[in-house]
Design a protein around this ligand. Sequence first.
Ligand SMILES: NC(=O)c1ccc[n+]([C@@H]2O[C@H](COP(=O)([O-])OP(=O)(O)OC[C@H]3O[C@@H](n4cnc5c(N)ncnc54)[C@H](O)[C@@H]3O)[C@@H](O)[C@H]2O)c1
Length: 380
Amino acid sequence: MSKLRYGIVGGGEGSFIGVVHRNALALSGQFELVCACFSRDSGKNQRTAASVGLDAARVYDSFAEMAAAEAARSDKPDFMVVTTRNDWHFEACKAFLETGFHVMCEKPLATNTADALELKRIAKANDLLLAVSYTYSGHVMAMDARNRIRRGEIGDILMVMGEYPQDWLLDMADGKDHGIATWRIDPKIAGGSNCIGDIGTHIEHTVSFMTGLKIVKLCAVLDKVGEGTELDNNAAVLLKFDNGATGCYWCSQVAAGYDNALKVRIFGTNGAVEFDQEASNYLKVVKKSGPVEIHSRGRGYVTAAAAAYAVIPAGHPEGYHNAFANLYLSFAEAVKDKQNGTLKPLCEYDFATVDNGIEGVRFIEACLQSASAGGAWVDL
Ligand SMILES: NC(=O)c1ccc[n+]([C@@H]2O[C@H](COP(=O)([O-])OP(=O)(O)OC[C@H]3O[C@@H](n4cnc5c(N)ncnc54)[C@H](O)[C@@H]3O)[C@@H](O)[C@H]2O)c1
């Protein structure tokens, strides 16, 4: 089977997530990097290209130039990947969609709902796929949780608890590099939110992915801990879902002792599931009146559709890169189906769609709206 060709924006020397995307795309051996704009800094761009052995003729100092030049080639990429900071997502996705490329974009899809909706309009007008890389739904055991909930194992969902604590903004006071780009705390770049937009949105998507529930209203309290802090770095959100269930989300970048502790607990009338991304090879499953079970990825009882993504035996941990790789395998299937005229309804694939991306941006905006009204309930 021929490899799918892709181009990438971002992931230059010293950056975080673009490099993860490249590594993840390399894991399955099914993708080939053919063009890039790793950075707007020409030196960094060229050095990164040389380090990955990319043909210098297909390395561009702007994504607009890359979109135009690559669209004119007979061997053009099958899709483009956008891994820049939030403030460039809209322009980069727009440039690629308008020149005929399917796109995988980092979260949040855009810095406001109007831009996210415009991207959906452009994708639809050009008959293209636009996906959003919400990492955690790519884990085998997150997919297993979704499959179990879909087939009714825990009954009707009653309530959802989600948390995502980190402590890097407490640590910033030591002046050391903690490997996380500080544009996140700059309102000119990050948009109206830091913590909710950066990690709260991962809780929102992971729950949405597992349960299929839609948020109908929420109220949020956003804290700006520390002198001179301009954007939220700690947040608590109460939620109501379309089936009447309630939810409670907490995300923080000032919670001492926490790295990337995304944890989601879903409680139903017949049981519960609990997923912890720092122990992502396991899933806690409880059936009403039954024992508390810890399920292990790679075992025969994992639901078949999730187990199909596992690449190594139980006990050898799969992790962050594998989650991204799984999202790309599902996205690649959709791209190929699209090319062959056999695209299924998007709900039958495992990657986050443009509609999930729009929901994510709406969630961020609703939290900001609620917080600025003193924690008032806001309809979505
Ligand atoms: N899905 C996840 O788990 C996850 C994790 C981290 C970051 N992210 C998202 O990824 C994005 C990037 O975050 P990061 O931490 O990697 O940031 P970063 O600052 O480390 O990297 C951004 C990269 O994009 C490049 N860049 C910026 N503007 C550009 C432009 N106009 N043209 C070309 N290149 C450009 C920079 O040179 C750099 O290489 C953010 O939107 C963030 O929300 C997602």
